[in-house]
Design a protein around this ligand. Structure first.
Ligand SMILES: [Zn+2]
Length: 335
């Protein structure tokens, strides 16, 4: 069977005609398979959703329990037949619950990896390379300029600054699902054992991570009502959007930090008023993308959401067939 007959883009998202399902559809559909809980991939309103239990839990927390008509949990590595098409979920190393989805039919296997990274992350299961005929890769950071430093090195810079300016607070902007919890866990693994103060938007998801056995240590609400009057010396974590509003003004002489792969671009940090950019990304950098493509052994690569052209060109130079998928509607909230 031709790969493009097994999966191809439609306005709703990536569609499998023989299986009659979509992967990460951006509009409501009958049957959706969902790679992870970021809002551009996991939307509410589908008639049925198949995803890992953690992704289903996260969707329930974000949208309410009635986010879909019916749900089914996919166990990692387990094969599920959908109209004769074999699908299975495998860890993607992106955020808690994130999975690649393998779709196999009549001897052709395509792996849709969703978003992924290869750097170690104590808050989710590590990416597993899956041998396949066609590998669908993201390309958020698909340019050779993007090389993420070790995350421990970035956290060490944050702790050094906190030690240097004990009278100031450090406000760390980090996306609510995945990045925030990863930053907190990295701080704990670096020996930081004081309470961390969090914006209300992070509370439910952080509590869920803790319930799944990911120890984030003592978390306290970053509110004056929470009992703390003086945030001098505190590390406060909140979603990037909160830092522009009144919420941020309660902290004494704050140092603005932002944990994102985009912080590799100095100009971007400067424009955003970020004093301490932390290059911590939940997406693969250039080296991870190219190494992963080789590891899958795929003869053909389909590239989506991001810098598609450079990665397609790299594949061609390596003698691997490649093309951009031109899926629309993905603007990842968790970069
Ligand atoms: Zn994502």
């Amino acid at each position: 069977m031709r790969a493009s007959d097994l999966l191809h883009p439609r306005p709703e998202g990536l569609y499998c005609p023989p299986g009659d399902f979509f992967i990460d559809p951006v509009r409501p559909v009958d049957r959706a398979l969902i790679t992870h809980g970021h809002s551009d991939h996991a939307r509410s309103g589908h008639r049925s959703v198949l995803a890992t239990q953690q992704t289903l839990d996260i969707m329930g927390l974000r949208y309410g329990e009635d986010f879909a008509g019916t749900t089914q949990a996919a166990r990692l590595g387990e094969t599920i037949a959908l109209n004769g098409v074999c699908v299975s979920f495998h860890p993607a190393g992106h955020v808690l619950g994130s999975a690649q989805i393998s779709v196999e039919h009549q001897g052709t296997r395509i792996v849709a990896s969703g978003d992924y990274k290869r750097q170690r992350d104590a808050t989710c299961a590590p990416f597993e390379p899956i041998r396949c005929d066609v590998f669908i890769t993201e390309a958020t950071f698909g340019l050779p300029v993007f090389r993420h430093p070790p995350d421990t090195q970035e956290i060490a810079r944050l702790l050094k600054s906190a030690a240097q300016f004990p009278e100031r607070s450090h406000l760390v902007g980090a996306y609510a699902l995945g990045k925030a919890q990863r930053v907190m866990r990295l701080l704990r693994d670096s020996g930081y054992d004081k309470p961390l103060y969090i914006h209300g938007a992070l509370a439910k998801l952080s509590e869920y991570y803790q319930s799944q056995g990911i120890d984030l240590g003592a978390l306290q609400p970053a509110t004056v009502e929470g009992g703390k009057e003086d945030f001098a010396g505190a590390i406060v974590v909140g979603p990037p959007s909160a830092f522009a509003d009144r919420w941020a003004r309660r902290f004494p002489d704050p140092i603005s930090c932002f944990a994102s792969g985009w912080m590799r671009i100095r100009q971007r940090a400067k424009q955003g008023g970020v004093e301490l950019p932390l290059i911590i990304s939940d997406h693969a950098d250039w080296d991870e993308l190219t190494a992963t493509i080789k590891e899958t052994g795929a003869e053909e690569i389909w590239v989506t959401h991001g810098r598609e052209e450079a990665l397609v060109r790299w594949c061609e130079l390596e003698g691997i067939a490649a093309r951009p998928l031109h899926l629309v509607g993905y603007e990842d909230e968790g970069d």
